[in-house]
Write a protein of this length. Structure first.
Length: 278
C-alpha cells in the first residue's frame, strides 16, 4: 500500500497514479483517462478535490489529499471477488446478443474459465473483462482470424499490408519478413497480433517458439483461452483501476490498444455486472 506521506505530482507515472485517478473519479472529479500518467488534467482534478475539501489547492497529491480520497486505506482492487464457480453457459448467454450461437458458448466456455482460473484471474472484474473482450472481438463467442478492414489494408493493396515490416506499425509489432503482416494477423479470443506477441505470449503459455512457427495455433480453443488469460494477467492491475473509476474505455484500450468494439465491450461488461448482481 502506498504511504500517505509519499507525495504524487505532475510528471509522475505508474500504478499509484492510476489508483489516484480512479479514487478521484469516485470522489466526483473526472480524472479520466485512468492511464497512470499524472498530467495537467489529473492536476486540475487534484486542485478541485483539495478546494472542495478545504485543503490548499496545490495540485500535488499530498497526505491530506490522499486521505481525503481514500489512499490511506488498503487498496480495494487487491481484493478479488471469485465468480468462476457461478459462471455458466446461461450466465454468459445473458451477457451476449441473442444472435450469439449458444453452441459456441457451450463449446468454448469450458476452455476459457479454467484458463482464467489457472492464471490467477478468478475475480469478478477480470472475468467480466475477459468475457467482454471476447464479445468485442467476436460476437460469435469463438476464436477467429482477424478480418480484412480499412485499418489493416490500404485500397488496392495486399491484405494486412499495414502490418508488414516496411511500415512503422509492422516494425512495432516485430514483423521482419515479407508476408509477416498476414502471417501474424490477429487471432484467437484476444486477436493476438504481430510476430513479437506470438513469440512472447507463446512462451508465456508454455508453447515455446511453436506459436511463432505455427501461428494458426492461436485459434486452437485451449491455446486461445490461455493467450487471453496471459494477456489479461499482464494488464490486470491497470484494468482493475480503470474499472474502479468506471473508465471502461481505458479498460478496453489496455487490452486492444484502441477502441475497436468499445460499444460491444461496454454493453457486455455492464450486462455482466447486472447478471452477477454487482
Amino acid at each position: 500500500m502506498l504511504s500517505p506521506m509519499f507525495e504524487l505530482k505532475q510528471g509522475d507515472k505508474g500504478d499509484d497514479i492510476a489508483r489516484l485517478q480512479a479514487l478521484l473519479c469516485l470522489a466526483g472529479h473526472d480524472a479520466r483517462p485512468i492511464d497512470g500518467d499524472f498530467g495537467s488534467g489529473t492536476a486540475r482534478c487534484v486542485r478541485a478535490c483539495q478546494a472542495a475539501r478545504g485543503l490548499t489547492a496545490t495540485g500535488v497529491a499530498d497526505s491530506g489529499l490522499q486521505a481525503a480520497v481514500g489512499m490511506d486505506v488498503p487498496d480495494s482492487t487487491r481484493t478479488f471477488h471469485p465468480v468462476i464457480a457461478v459462471i455458466t453457459v446461461e450466465t454468459v448467454a445473458a451477457m451476449f446478443p441473442a444472435a450469439t450461437p449458444r453452441r459456441n458458448i457451450e463449446r468454448y466456455l469450458p476452455a476459457v474459465l479454467p484458463a482464467l482460473a489457472a492464471a490467477g484471474l478468478d475475480d469478478r472484474e477480470l472475468v467480466l473483462m475477459a468475457l467482454a473482450t471476447i464479445r468485442a472481438e467476436s460476437e460469435g463467442f469463438e476464436p477467429i482470424d482477424e478480418g480484412i478492414s480499412r485499418f489493416n489494408t490500404d485500397a488496392g493493396a495486399a491484405p494486412f499490408n499495414r502490418y508488414d515490416p516496411g511500415t512503422a506499425l509492422g516494425r512495432t509489432l516485430g514483423n521482419r519478413q515479407p508476408g509477416d503482416g498476414a502471417r501474424f494477423k490477429g487471432r484467437g479470443f484476444i486477436q493476438l497480433t504481430g510476430r513479437t506477441n506470438y513469440r512472447t505470449y507463446g512462451e508465456e503459455v508454455g508453447l515455446g517458439r511453436r506459436l511463432e512457427e505455427e501461428p494458426a495455433l492461436a485459434n486452437d480453443p485451449e491455446v486461445a483461452a490461455r493467450l487471453l488469460a496471459a494477456f489479461l494477467r499482464a494488464k490486470a492491475p491497470r484494468v482493475k483501476y480503470a474499472v474502479l473509476g468506471r473508465d471502461l474505455k481505458m479498460a478496453r484500450r489496455l487490452v486492444n490498444g484502441g477502441s475497436h468494439g468499445l460499444a460491444q465491450f461496454e454493453e457486455t461488461f455492464q450486462k455482466g455486472e447486472r447478471v452477477l448482481g454487482v
